[in-house]
Design a protein around this ligand. Structure first.
Ligand SMILES: Nc1ncnc2c1ncn2[C@@H]1O[C@H](COP(=O)(O)OP(=O)(O)OP(=O)(O)O)[C@@H](O)[C@H]1O
Ligand SMILES: O=c1[nH]c(=O)c2[nH+]cn([C@@H]3O[C@H](COP(=O)(O)O)[C@@H](O)[C@H]3O)c2[nH]1
Ligand SMILES: NC(=O)CC[C@H](N)C(=O)O
Ligand SMILES: [Mg+2]
Length: 515
C-alpha cells in the first residue's frame, strides 16, 4: 500500500514542525524537506500537495532562499505560508516589498472570497496569527485576493485553476483560531487526500518494510528501556523475531537503580521474549569523560562510545548487518538534520554518531514520528502502558545533567537527589501531569552553614516541564510545599549538596536538558 504524502518545504521558519503535525492530524503522512531539495527528488516522491513554510528572509533580496518556478507548474497543489506565500508571489511575477505597517500577533482577518476552498466552514471574520514585516503589494497574474486585514491588503490569495494558494498568516499555530480547519481544507479539500494514514497502518507498513530490508540478516537494536527503543523493539521483534538482539549499555550515567530495572523488564526473567545483552561500561565512560567540560564534546564522546560498544557486541554475535535505534523526529531536527533549522544539540544517536560506523546500514523505524505518535504506535503494538508513558530519559543520561566535568562522585550526587525528587513527585500524585522532571547538578559550589559549620558544596537544580511534543515546553507549577519537602530531603540526605534551585525557564528560550 502506497501512502499519501504531503511535502513541507522548509525555508527556515520557526513553526515548520507544527505544519507537519497539523497535516498528520488530518491523518495524512507528511515529511519536511529543505528548500535545497532537488525538484526531481520531489517529483519522484509523487506528493499530493506541497506546503512552503515561513522564513526569516525577504524573498526579494539577492541571496534569499528560493525555489524554481517549475515547482508551481507540476500540477500539484501548493500552499505558501508567510515567506512561502511571498516567495510564490515573487517567483510568479507579483510584487513583495517591505510593509508600511508590520503585523505581529493575533490579527482580525476578513474573508473576501467566501466560497474559497481554503475557507470552507471558516467564519467571515477570523483571528489569525501574523508575524511579518514584508507584504504582498501586488498579487501574481492569475491570482485573486481572498482575504485582507486592516493593514494588509493581501492576507490570502489564490489561483484556483493552477492550484496555488498563498496565506500571509500562520494557520499552523493554535493562535490562529480556525487555522487547523484551513490546513485541513487544503490537504483534504484541495489536494484530495483521503486521510487514511493511521497508527495501525503505520505499524503494519513498517513491519513489512523491516522484513523486506532485513531479509534473513541479523539486527542489533540499541535498547535503553526508554519509550522509543522499547517501541522499536516491539516493531522489530514482530517483524523479524529472533534475528534481533537487543543491547543495553549501562554507561554509569543512568538514574539510580535503572540498570537493574531495565534488565528486569527486558532480560531473561522479564516479560518479553528477546535476545537481550547488558553491557556494563561504567568505568569506560568515566575514563573517556574525565576532564571534558564542553557539552557538545561530551555528547560526541558518549555517542561514539555507544557505537563502539555496539560494534564490539556485533562481532561477538557474528554476522550482524544492521544497527537499529529508537531515533525519533525531534532528535533529527535538533541535531540540525531535519531541514533548515540550526543545530541546537547533537543527539547522541543522530548528530553525535561517529563518521565511520561498522554496520551495513542503520534501521530507525520511528525516525519520522513525534513522541506522542510513538506512544500511539506502542499502544497499537500492545506494549505495556507503564513503559509507553514513561518519561523520556536522554541517551547521554546524567552526562548532560551534570554541568561541566562528569565524575563518579557527581553522578552519585545527582542520582540520589533525582531519586528523592521523583519519589516526592510521585507521592504528591503529580507524576502523570508533568511530562518530564529530573534533578541536575549545577557546576556551582557555594557557601552555606549546616550544624554550625561552614559548608562549600554543590547546588542541585530541579527541572519539571509540561509539553506535548518536547519541542516547546513550560516549567510545571509544582506546589510550594512539595518543592520545599524535596529541597529539605535533598539537603539532609545527599552529601555534598547545600542548595536547591527550581528552574522556571520555558523552552524556548531554555531547553529541557541543561546541556
Ligand atoms: N543506555 C543505552 N543503551 C543502548 N542504547 C541506548 C541507550 N540509551 C540510548 N540508546 C539508543 O539511543 C536512542 C535514543 O535515545 P532516547 O533516549 O532518545 O530514546 P529512548 O531511550 O528509546 O526513549 P526515551 O526518549 O523515552 O528515553 C534509543 O532509542 C536507543 O536506540
Ligand atoms: O536520546 C536523547 N539523546 C540526546 O542526546 C538528547 N538530548 C535531549 N534529549 C531529550 O529530548 C527532549 C528535548 O530535550 P532538549 O529540550 O534538552 O533538547 C527531552 O525529552 C530530552 O530529555 C535527548 N534524548
Ligand atoms: N514569518 C515569516 O515567514 C516572515 C516572512 C518575511 N521574512 C517577513 O517578515 O515578511
Ligand atoms: Mg532514553
Amino acid at each position: 500500500m502506497k501512502k499519501e504524502l504531503v511535502i513541507v518545504i522548509d525555508f527556515g521558519g520557526q513553526y515548520n514542525q507544527l505544519v507537519a503535525r497539523r497535516v498528520r492530524e488530518c491523518n495524512v503522512y507528511c515529511e519536511i524537506y529543505s528548500y535545497k531539495t532537488d525538484i526531481e527528488k520531489i517529483k519522484a516522491m509523487n506528493p499530493k500537495g506541497i506546503i512552503l513554510t515561513g522564513g526569516p528572509n525577504s524573498c526579494y533580496e539577492a541571496d534569499s532562499p528560493t525555489y524554481k518556478k517549475e515547482l508551481f507548474e507540476l500540477g500539484i497543489p501548493v500552499l505558501g505560508l508567510c515567506y512561502g506565500a511571498q516567495l510564490m508571489t515573487h517567483v510568479l511575477g507579483g510584487k513583495v516589498e517591505s510593509a508600511p505597517v508590520r503585523e505581529y500577533g493575533k490579527t482580525e482577518v476578513l474573508i473576501d472570497k467566501k466560497d474559497s476552498k481554503i475557507f470552507e466552514g471558516v467564519s467571515e471574520k477570523t483571528i489569525c496569527w501574523m508575524s511579518h514585516f514584508d507584504y504582498i503589494s501586488q498579487i501574481a497574474p492569475g491570482f485573486e485576493i481572498t482575504a485582507h486585514t486592516a493593514d494588509c491588503p493581501v492576507a490570502a490569495a489564490e489561483n484556483t485553476e493552477a492550484g496555488l494558494y498563498a496565506i500571509q498568516y500562520h494557520p499552523e499555530v493554535l493562535h490562529t483560531a480556525e487555522g487547523t480547519k484551513m490546513l485541513s481544507n487544503f490537504v483534504l479539500g484541495v489536494c484530495g487526500c483521503a486521510g487514511d494514514w493511521k497508527m495501525d497502518a503505520f505499524v503494519e507498513n513498517t513491519i513489512q518494510e523491516i522484513r523486506e530490508k532485513v531479509g534473513d540478516g541479523r539486527v542489533l537494536l540499541a535498547l535503553s528501556g526508554g519509550v522509543d527503543s522499547s517501541v522499536a523493539a516491539g516493531l522489530l521483534s514482530r517483524a523479524i523475531g529472533k534475528q534481533l538482539t537487543c543491547v543495553f549499555v549501562d554507561h554509569g550515567l543512568l538514574r539510580k537503580d535503572e540498570g537493574d530495572e531495565v534488565e528486569g523488564v527486558f532480560g531473561p526473567n522479564g516479560q518479553f521474549d528477546l535476545n537481550f545483552i547488558r553491557v556494563n561500561a561504567q568505568q569506560r565512560y568515566y575514563d573517556k569523560l574525565a576532564g571534558v567540560t564542553e557539552p557538545e564534546a561530551k555528547r560526541k564522546i558518549i555517542g561514539e562510545e555507544f557505537i563502539r560498544i555496539f560494534e564490539e557486541e556485533a562481532k561477538k554475535i557474528g554476522a550482524v548487518d544492521f544497527l537499529a535505534q529508537g531515533t525519533i523526529y525531534p532528535d533529527v531536527v535538533e541535531s540540525g538534520l531535519g531541514g533548515e533549522s540550526g543545530v541546537i544539540k547533537s543527539h547522541h544517536n543522530v548528530g553525535g554518531l561517529p563518521e565511520h560506523v561498522d554496520f551495513k546500514d542503520i534501521i530507525e523505524p520511528l525516525r519520522d514520528l513525534f513522541k506522542d505518535e510513538v506512544r500511539k504506535a506502542g499502544l497499537e503494538l500492545g506494549i505495556p502502558e507503564r513503559l509507553v508513558f514513561r518519561q523520556p530519559f536522554p541517551g547521554p543520561g546524567l552526562g548532560i545533567r551534570i554541568i561541566g566535568e562528569v565524575t563518579e562522585e557527581k553522578v552519585k550526587i545527582v542520582q540520589d537527589a533525582d531519586a528523592i525528587y521523583r519519589e516526592e513527585i510521585a507521592n504528591a500524585g503529580l507524576d502523570k501531569n508533568i511530562n518530564q522532571y529530573f534533578a541536575a547538578l549545577t557546576n556551582m559550589r557555594s557557601v552555606g552553614v549546616m550544624g554550625d559549620e561552614r559548608t562549600y558544596d554543590y547546588a542541585v537544580a530541579l527541572r519539571a516541564v509540561t509539553t506535548v511534543d518536547f519541542m516547546t515546553a513550560e516549567a510545571a507549577e509544582i506546589p510550594y510545599d512539595v518543592l520545599n519537602k524535596v529541597m529539605s530531603r535533598i539537603i539532609n540526605e545527599v552529601k555534598g549538596v547545600n542548595r536547591v534551585f527550581y528552574d522556571l525557564t520555558s523552552k524556548p528560550p531554555g531547553t529541557i536538558e541543561f546541556e
